[in-house]
Write a protein that binds this ligand. Sequence first.
Ligand SMILES: Cc1cc2nc3c(=O)[nH]c(=O)nc-3n(C[C@H](O)[C@H](O)[C@H](O)COP(=O)(O)OP(=O)(O)OC[C@H]3O[C@@H](n4cnc5c(N)ncnc54)[C@H](O)[C@@H]3O)c2cc1C
Length: 401
Amino acid sequence: MDVLIRLGAPSCCRVHELGTYSFMPTTDVVVIGAGINGASCAYHLASRGLDVTVLEKEPAPAMGSTGRSAAGVRVQFTTAANIALSLYSLPVFRTFAERYGHEIGYRDIGYLLLVPLARWARHLESVELQLSMGAPVEVLSPGEARRYVDFDPTGLAGATYGPWDGVVDPHMVTLAWVEMARDLGAVFELGTAVTGLRSSGDGWQVEAETGIWQCSHVVNAAGAWSGQIGALAGLKVPVGPKRIQIFMSGPIADDRTYPLTIDLSTGVYLRSEGDRVLFGLDNLEQPFGFTEGVDEAWLEHVLLTGVDRFPWWEEMGVDLKASWWGYYGVSPDNSPIIGYHPDAHGWIDACGFSGHGIMHAPATGVAVAEFVADGRASTVNVDHFSHARFGTGVPVEANIF
Ligand SMILES: Cc1cc2nc3c(=O)[nH]c(=O)nc-3n(C[C@H](O)[C@H](O)[C@H](O)COP(=O)(O)OP(=O)(O)OC[C@H]3O[C@@H](n4cnc5c(N)ncnc54)[C@H](O)[C@@H]3O)c2cc1C
């Protein structure tokens, strides 16, 4: 049986006979997944002069977690490693239009963290770290914080506000990188699910229903599905899916744009979305797996948990039809894995971002391109995100939401 596949970069492709396939294009790198991280990797790899093919199972980019996020970007982390990822990435978002000529919907609406007494001293230590690294953060009294959004300050010691923090439009960012990568010769094979991976010589054969790609490097940017992709190659990639739900209010009568506000005593968060409020809370009891749908019992729990801090929720309607769910790709410490797999040559993981995969996509793409082109990442130190860190006692990020 001859199978027709599109040869995106004919000048670099060889044609082979392999089993039932008539063609086996060669490319330097196959990136699996066209979410925001796959797109960032593709662009940065192509800008280093590498031939890149992206295989995506869905018919369009950004249809995985990327299209379902809350779109927040922030510098307010507790570990130097995560702050460094943000300090590289946020300026890229802030200047994307001038740098690349693409609008990406960045708005500096800020993140406002409401901090309880018990956490205040530790929180201020992380603020010191952020400031010492050049991250802009303001320390506010509860009264000062209330100029942004109304809340009951009971039990709170203070708040912090990140003026660079805010939101981007993840679809626009992803599509910008896809277009920029295509302009540099990268090929995106959409509707192409990877079904097999074989180590071959000093590279890989990546198999989908429509063909087999031969490459020297595989980049696993398959988000919540990255553990499954690893398993196809017989590799342990400790990333699994966890359902996260976001709820939408009805229209509210307040002209202010609420920052992405997180009550650190409960984990409840909210931000403005037009004249509505988007809100949620991570369900720590939620079992891992590809659980689907919006759970009304969880909505009730979120409302009951949040109403003490935000008493105006009493009057807030909820638009269930506008609410949604998606998956975090979760690693054992809720931080990403960015780097070579220890048990495989030419295999790079860029996954396990938990709730931070939008905000750290610029740094991830640069690091992955440097791994392939230079053998090591130099622009941003991603040692902290290697496979080797697990179980070694490296500092674990506390600002996980
Ligand atoms: C409700 C919610 C709120 C969030 N809020 C934020 C936030 O405010 N800020 C933030 O930074 N992050 C947030 N996140 C996390 C963020 O969305 C993810 O970390 C990020 O989108 C991951 O991007 P990715 O490109 O790595 O993965 P994805 O966007 O999931 O892309 C992976 C791609 O791989 C493809 N794929 C899977 N299997 C295969 C296969 N076999 N063959 C080919 N392709 C395959 C999938 O179809 C998918 O398109 C949130 C997530 C959710 C669910």
